[in-house]
Design a protein around this ligand. Structure first.
Ligand code: HSE
Length: 288
């Protein structure tokens, strides 16, 4: 019998104008242990279904099914330091952690590219799962044929501070707030800043990060995040280069060119200074 332990990063998606495309991994983790077992069990340090409807198991079972052994029983133990429904990729970490654990138990039958595709499809977009799997900063797309294409870089000299409020924002609700169509001007505003942001990460040009921004999701989501404008102003007063909504929110992400200190945010918000992780998801396998 085998046991695998997978450690997967928290992530920020969007990064300003890169809606559903750009992402960044942090040194903040979700650790999942899955052991071969005669029966199914699941322990978790966070509120989540304890049966096979749990997202970690759903991702595992997607891999088990492709490997020809659906509904395989496992004993799962999950410990997440990533706040849930906070815009820090907690769902993507469940998906990537589950899929990678299952693949390891199946002798790594699926290639990394296939894993990227499965995880992106399960999450609905590639911007969180890519950096969760690969580390660093990623720009990725799902192709018409169901594949994933991406580029990746390892930013340095960029410091990230995340402010998270004491209320969650479900991604489904944050997506429902978005319009169906956009003006050409708003598209150009965002896509040009997405290119600039990834270029800034790749070339370590922190000054370019001063210009990032978005008109595809932030104007519609910021009103759902009570206190966002105050937090944004507090970060800018602390010397941030720029501030954006992390993923679908409600966390705010601020970029700095030196380690931030003395950031004062409104009551009810927690600030985390999170190093960018250049490391991919890690997997350890052992006999039990
Ligand atoms: N790109 C996604 C969104 C990330 O903003 O809705 C959250 O899953």
């Amino acid at each position: 019998m085998k046991k695998v332990t997978v450690k997967v990063s928290a992530t920020s998606a969007n990064l300003g104008g890169g809606f559903d495309c750009l992402g960044l991994a942090y040194e903040l983790y979700h650790t999942i242990t899955a052991a071969e077992s005669d029966g199914f069990s699941l322990k978790s340090n966070v509120p989540a279904p304890r049966d096979k409807t749990n997202l970690i198991y759903k991702a595992m079972n997607a891999v088990f099914t492709l490997a020809g052994c659906p509904d395989r029983n496992v004993a799962i133990s999950s410990h997440s330091d990533i706040p849930q429904a906070s815009g820090l990729g907690s769902s993507a970490a469940c998906i990537v952690g589950g899929a990678v654990a299952a693949n390891a138990l199946c002798g790594n039958i699926l290639s990394q590219r296939r894993m990227l595709e499965i995880c992106a499809r399960l999450d609905g977009h590639p911007d969180n799962v890519l950096p969760a799997l690969l580390g660093g900063a990623t720009a990725g797309v799902m192709t018409e044929g169901g594949g994933v294409e991406y580029v990746r870089c390892e930013p340095s000299g960029i410091y990230c501070a995340l402010a998270t409020p004491d209320f969650p924002l479900e991604t489904q609700k944050a997506r429902a707030a978005l319009p169906d169509t956009y003006s050409r001007a708003d598209c150009v505003y965002s896509l040009s800043r997405a290119v600039l942001a990834f270029g800034a990460f790749a070339t370590r040009n922190t000054d370019a990060l001063r210009a990032i921004g978005d008109k595809l999701h932030e104007p519609y989501r910021a009103p759902l995040i009570k206190g966002y404008d105050e937090v944004r102003s507090a970060f800018m007063r602390s010397g941030a280069l720029s501030v954006c909504i992390s993923g679908a929110g409600p966390s705010a992400l601020a970029f700095f060119d030196k380690p931030p200190h003395d950031v004062k945010v409104p009551d009810g918000w927690t600030v985390r200074i999170l190093p960018i992780s250049g490391k991919p998801v890690t997997v350890e396998i052992s006999d039990i």
